[in-house]
Ligand binder design. Structure first.
Ligand SMILES: Cc1ncc(C[n+]2csc(CCOP(=O)(O)OP(=O)(O)O)c2C)c(N)n1
Ligand SMILES: [Mg+2]
Length: 398
């Protein structure tokens, strides 16, 4: 065993190919080109060029290892954003009512010392509403095909592994559907008389509502992978048509620290389980504080999921950022977003414009960019236009 006090020197990744340099002069020329770009056009330009060369190499059939993380911006650019297919006004209202009722349940429970999670659903309400309205398929014959509108007949529907601590929001939604009464909501976490609602998804206590238990943290995502694999097995053996079933796991960013949450990621990729979606709500918080203080949980997770062979789509910023990012022609804003640790991002969300101007928009390019923004715009960017939980109609775009 090596002595942890004397860590071994590891070679840099670039040296791992162990090939002799067959043309040192040519290598030096390439390096000199890069030096020149860094000197004359800056490191952001160098990153840009290397990324493009990397992409171009991959397209030309040059087998390079993939990059594990992308910039700290939305994966889907604003220009490629699809049109929201629903009734935005109606869905906004449903989401607001659910948030309110969920908050009321937890607050009433808390007055009695019962506890409950108020921010889990509050930060994920839109993710669930969009799922329920536009994606999840029920068990009634496997749901309706979104593409054809035809009944599939005999399918098994989707399986939802919902984040356990979001249960008040799910109860609130079921209440709006008329399937729970107000007295039952008031019985949240009060099951002693046999009529209350369990704290978390509990298929034995409330079998008509909950299909899978997802607390303790980590059980949902792990079980979801095996569910997706089992669905494939059933289908491949001709036992059940699960070809249209999708398994969804909703989880928190803190939850991903549970070893169970990521234990089967490689298995999912190896088995090619494209019938499985994880939705990780990165609100940067967990009960006891920020999920990561001095680094970035989203970037860390992106690298981990990509490394395991998953496709990753990040939704980080709302529409207010689009026009600001368009002005960032030299990449300094994107670089700055990438270097701000999570705890500092949370601070910006709570601070006034002068603080944001002084501490975030540092350097000539960035302070110039900030000069074109009002104080209200600046605070809005960090306090309200984060997280990507922002449905947006194509017609609203300027
Ligand atoms: C295995 C396990 N450990 C601890 C807890 C207690 N606990 C409940 S919620 C929570 C934090 C959850 O944070 P996150 O996953 O980020 O959820 P969110 O921010 O959406 O509430 C903890 C530690 C638990 N439920 N399960
Ligand atoms: Mg969290």
């Amino acid at each position: 065993m090596s002595d942890p006090a004397q860590p071994a020197e590891f070679p840099a990744m670039s040296e791992l190919d162990q090939l002799p340099d067959r043309d040192a002069e040519e290598t030096a020329e390439w390096q000199a080109s890069l030096d020149a770009v860094i000197r004359h056009a800056g490191p952001d330009r160098a990153v840009y060029l290397l990324r493009r060369v990397h992409e171009y190499a991959a397209r030309s059939g040059v087998a390079l290892p993939g990059l594990l993380s992308s910039d700290y911006i939305n994966t889907i650019p604003a220009s490629s954003q699809p049109v929201f297919p629903g009734d935005l006004a109606m869905e906004s209202r449903i989401t607001a009512l659910n948030r309110w009722n969920a908050a009321a349940m937890v607050t009433r429970g808390s007055r009695l010392g019962l506890g409950g999670h108020i921010s889990t659903y509050a930060s994920a309400a839109w993710l669930y509403e969009v799922g329920f309205q536009h994606f999840f398929k029920g068990k009634d014959g496997g749901g309706t095909s979104r593409s054809s509108g035809a009944e599939s007949g005999g399918g098994s529907g989707d399986q939802l592994y919902l984040q356990g601590h979001a249960s008040p929001g799910i109860y609130a939604r079921v209440f709006l559907e008329g399937r729970l009464r107000e007295e039952q909501l008031d019985g949240f976490r009060r099951e002693a008389d046999g009529h209350g609602l369990p704290s978390y998804p509990h298929p034995r206590r409330l079998p008509w509502l909950w299909e899978f238990p997802t607390v303790s943290m980590g059980l949902g995502p792990l079980a979801a992978v095996y569910q997706a694999r089992f669905n494939r097995y059933l289908h491949d053996r001709g036992i059940k048509d699960t070809s249209r079933s999708r398994v969804w796991a909703f989880l928190g960013d803190g939850e991903v620290d549970e070893p169970e949450s990521t234990a089967a990621l490689e298995l999912a990729a190896r088995e090619g389980l494209d019938n499985l979606t994880f939705v990780v709500n990165c609100n940067l918080q967990r009960l006891d504080g920020p999920v990561r203080s001095n680094s970035k949980i989203v970037q860390e997770l992106e690298a981990r999921f990509r490394g395991a062979g998953w496709h990753v789509v990040k939704t980080l910023w709302g529409e207010a950022w689009d026009s600001v990012l368009r002005q960032d022609t030299d990449g300094s804003l994107v670089r700055r977003l990438g270097e701000i640790p999570d705890a500092q991002l949370q601070t910006y969300a709570a601070r006034e414009a002068a603080y944001i101007r002084k501490h975030f928009f540092v350097g000539d390019e960035l302070s110039h960019l900030a000069a074109g923004l009002s104080d209200a715009q600046l605070t809005d960017l960090f306090a309200n236009s984060r997280g990507g939980h922002e449905p947006f109609l194509e017609t609203e775009r300027e």
